[in-house]
Design a protein around this ligand. Structure first.
Ligand code: SD4
Length: 333
């Protein structure tokens, strides 16, 4: 493929941190795979981010479990899920892709594989995350059995700032520490050679039922990349993406000729049509074509995409918001 300008796209406000860590790789002619892995590591390594890596909020039993995956193509992809002892699910997933014939390792097997690969085990539960869990566990409503839906999401900074114009909201984003953001870090990139790669990493829903695995390690749900058609990565309520194979669906639509914006919009529309949506559901999706054009859509307002290319770096709201959003109504291309 002819050389092209590199680009990297990441979910949420902390995507800027991810992009900043990965950009030198892309700018220096490195691979998209190295870039997306590095981007996820930057967020996994920040213990103040309570939805990714060490510092992520635990499940209902008070234990943290991590999920993640990496993908270059249907031939080259893998994920790990229910990881309890290692902080970098994307790095483990990359080794599964490179060293085995498998696509998904889970639980103790994934931990044992990471150990055999020489990764260093870590205690993933921070004191801060344990304290948040303890408060949740001792909540009287939970003790009365009125509330066991498995997830009470931390309100993200984007949702908290429901007022003001876009410039004010983005300025507020920048003024707040990264620990006020939440959700999966999902990354798509194209390198100088035109190779596409994607990755995502998460601690999943806070206070989930122990054993619950979401969309992020499942190829086709939280991530899909096909060099012939395009790539998609998702964040938000994993169950909605799993019920609709959301990222695979987006890429198949682009294969059939849809532009990135139409593909992203169609996935959100399918989720609304096929699933029972409740108030705390959210889904954000980024779609990218091999030519570097991209777009985003979300179920609700609040989702942000951090993008970095040779000539620009920005944090932007979803190009299309399905339910009650007052954000950009036109796709960002
Ligand atoms: C998941 N999409 O496990 C991931 C992360 C998440 O709110 O829960 N985000 O469903």
């Amino acid at each position: 493929m002819a050389p092209q300008r590199p680009i990297i796209l990441s979910t949420w406000s902390f995507g800027r941190v991810a992009n900043a860590a990965a950009w030198p790789i892309l700018a220096g002619g490195g691979s998209a795979l190295d870039a997306v892995e590095r981007a996820c590591i930057a967020v996994e390594d920040d213990p103040t981010i309570d939805s990714v890596g060490r510092g992520g909020l635990p499940d209902a039993s008070g234990r943290v479990s991590l999920d993640g995956c990496v993908m270059l193509s249907p031939r080259r992809c893998a994920g790990v899920c229910f990881v309890r002892r290692f902080n970098h699910p994307v790095s483990s997933a990359r080794r599964v892709m490179e060293q085995t014939h498998h696509v998904l390792l889970a639980g103790e097997g994934a931990d044992a594989f990471a150990a055999a690969q020489g990764f260093t085990p870590e205690d993933l539960l921070t004191d801060e995350a344990h304290e948040v869990w303890r408060k949740w566990r001792d909540d009287p409503a939970l003790l009365k059995g009125e509330r066991y839906r498995g997830w009470l999401p931390p309100r993200n900074v984007e949702e908290l700032r429901g007022i003001g114009d876009e410039a004010q909201r983005i300025a507020a984003d920048e003024a707040l520490p990264h620990n006020r953001t939440h959700d999966t870090i999902g990354v798509l990139a194209i390198d100088l050679n035109g190779t596409m790669a994607g990755a995502c990493s998460t601690s999943g829903m806070a206070f989930k039922v122990p054993g619950r695995v979401g969309d992020s390690p499942i190829i086709g749900c939280g991530l899909y990349v096909d060099p012939q058609a395009g790539a998609a990565v998702a964040t938000g309520t994993g169950e909605l993406l799993m019920r609709t194979c959301g990222c695979f669906f987006a890429v198949e639509l682009m294969r059939q000729g849809a532009c990135p914006a139409d593909a992203a919009r169609a996935v959100i529309a399918r989720i609304v049509e096929a699933c029972d949506i409740v108030d705390d559901h959210q889904v954000g999706l980024i779609t990218l074509k091999p030519d570097g054009t991209w777009a985003s859509a979300a179920l609700r307002s609040g989702f942000r995409v951090a993008s970095r290319a040779t000539d620009r770096e920005e944090l932007a709201p979803a190009g299309h918001v399905m339910l009650g959003g007052d954000e950009a109504s036109e796709p960002l291309l």
